[in-house]
Design a protein around this ligand. Structure first.
Ligand code: PMP
Length: 427
């Protein structure tokens, strides 16, 4: 069959080059091509391992950017979704799975009483911003540098700002795309105060990743989320937590549970569906009123399809039934952090390691300047990949650990990292 043809006919490099003839840029997500040095074309994945078309097996810590908290092809989740496909997975009608999946989300996430399901983080954030504007009758948003909220017209913006104004993030966006967006540095309380003084009465929402996970891992400074909670309340703006990464990841109830700050609106994806394309956004009962009355518009042929909701139900049921899950993931993360730090120390090189539970960033720093060594990181990534360990070549992308990673897998990763650090020293 054609899948086998590709497997036998090409090396990774050849297959990747060939892909570019048919798929623009060789990928269906720009993120997937970012910084790629030695391409991998995947054959299959299971547990914490991916197998490429040359038959190489790699231990993966990128893990599809974070959804697979129980590892790839977890039978408890995929088995149920496979069963759903035999029962019809898309009718365009409500299903009892809507109630079951929504019931589980509202039970586990403190800030959600009512919700809508969508297909991706991008979609859910786009709808959340619209909902915030419908609720407040205001348009202005406050966002933070480096926080990624998907690729919609409103939220894709560059890191650079003119004053507090970010620029649109890519070619083809209208210049006014970010006209209603302000942006300040993460954890900069003074800048937040200033924005509220100047624009508080015009802000519809403050949108953030409660733990920044798209520029390495940057937890909120103590009191920072509380400041956002207080100021939004005082000024009649909404607090939106983009918990696409942190939801069901840093704690069962996400970052809002971990830090004890409940936002007005929450966006979930990734772990929510255990790897299947699904997202959710929701809040307190009243906050969802514009959608309950259909005054605000959100739709989608595939939104909340039965297969996606079966994946949500299976994943969240498994999470709810595992009281020790997050303690175990924390212990695994702590072990990984210790081993990675030790590998850097024995190689005499500097790795910045930042971690919240099972999300951890590992970034090579230049010893002399103490700044991120992007080129060195890329060489390190290539050397690890050659030895059978895969993490994303871009240092901003964190590692995601799962219950499929054993202590012994972590030790293998740290061993490989140590060798790669030694090999690439002075390169
Ligand atoms: N928000 C955050 C915090 C994310 O990390 C991502 C994706 N990595 C998104 C939103 C966008 O989600 P999606 O790619 O599913 O549209």
């Amino acid at each position: 069959d054609t899948i086998n043809d590709v497997r036998t006919a090409h090396s990774n490099a050849e297959a990747y080059a060939d892909l570019h003839r048919f798929v623009a840029g060789g990928v269906s997500s720009n993120m997937r091509a970012k910084g790629v040095a030695t391409p991998i074309v995947v054959d299959s994945a299971a547990g914490c391992r991916i197998r490429d078309i040359e038959g190489n097996e790699l231990i993966d810590v990128n893990m599809g950017y974070g959804p697979h908290i129980f590892g790839y092809a977890d039978p408890d989740v995929t088995g149920q979704v496979a069963d759903q496909f035999t029962r019809g997975h898309l009718t365009g009608l409500p299903h009892r799975l809507d109630r079951q999946a929504a019931g589980l989300v509202t039970e586990l996430v403190p800030g959600i009483e009512r919700l809508r399901f969508a297909n991706s983080g991008t979609e859910a954030l786009m709808s959340t911003v619209r909902l915030a504007r419908a609720l407040t009758g205001r348009t202005l948003l406050l966002t933070f540098e480096g926080h990624y909220h998907g690729w919609s017209e409103t939220l894709l913006r560059s890191a650079e700002t003119d004053g507090y104004r970010p620029r649109p993030g890519a070619a083809g966006m209208i210049p006014e795309a970010t006209a209603h967006t302000l942006q300040v540095p993460w954890n900069d309380a003074e800048a937040v105060e200033k924005v509220f003084e100047e624009h508080g009465g015009r802000l519809s929402a403050v949108v953030c990743e409660p733990v920044l996970g798209n520029v390495g891992v940057v937890p909120p400074d103590p009191g920072f989320l509380a400041l956002l909670r207080e100021r939004t309340r005082e000024h009649g703006a909404l607090l939106v937590f983009d918990e696409v990464i942190t939801g069901f990841r840093v704690a069962r109830g996400g970052a809002q549970e971990l830090y004890g700050i409940v936002p007005d609106l929450t966006v979930l994806s990734k772990v929510l569906g255990g790897g299947f394309p699904v997202a959710a956004f929701g809040g307190a009962r009243e906050a969802m009123e514009p959608l309950a009355t259909y005054a605000a518009f959100h739709a989608g042929v595939y939104s909340g399809n039965h297969a996606a909701l079966r994946a949500v139900a299976a994943t969240l049921t498994k999470i709810a039934a595992a009281p020790a899950l997050y303690t175990e993931l924390e212990a695994l993360g702590a072990h990984a952090e210790a081993r990675v730090r030790a590998a850097a120390d024995s190689a005499g090189r500097v790795l910045a390691v930042d971690r919240v539970g099972s999300v951890m960033s590992v970034q090579l720093m230049a010893a002399a300047s103490g700044r991120l060594d992007r080129q060195g990181h890329r060489l390190l990534q290539m050397a690890c990949q050659r030895r059978g360990v895969y993490f994303h070549p871009v240092p901003e992308e964190p590692w995601f650990l799962s219950t499929a990673h054993t202590r012994s897998d972590i030790d293998t990763i740290a061993g490989v990292l140590g060798e790669a650090l030694a090999e690439t020293a002075g390169a």
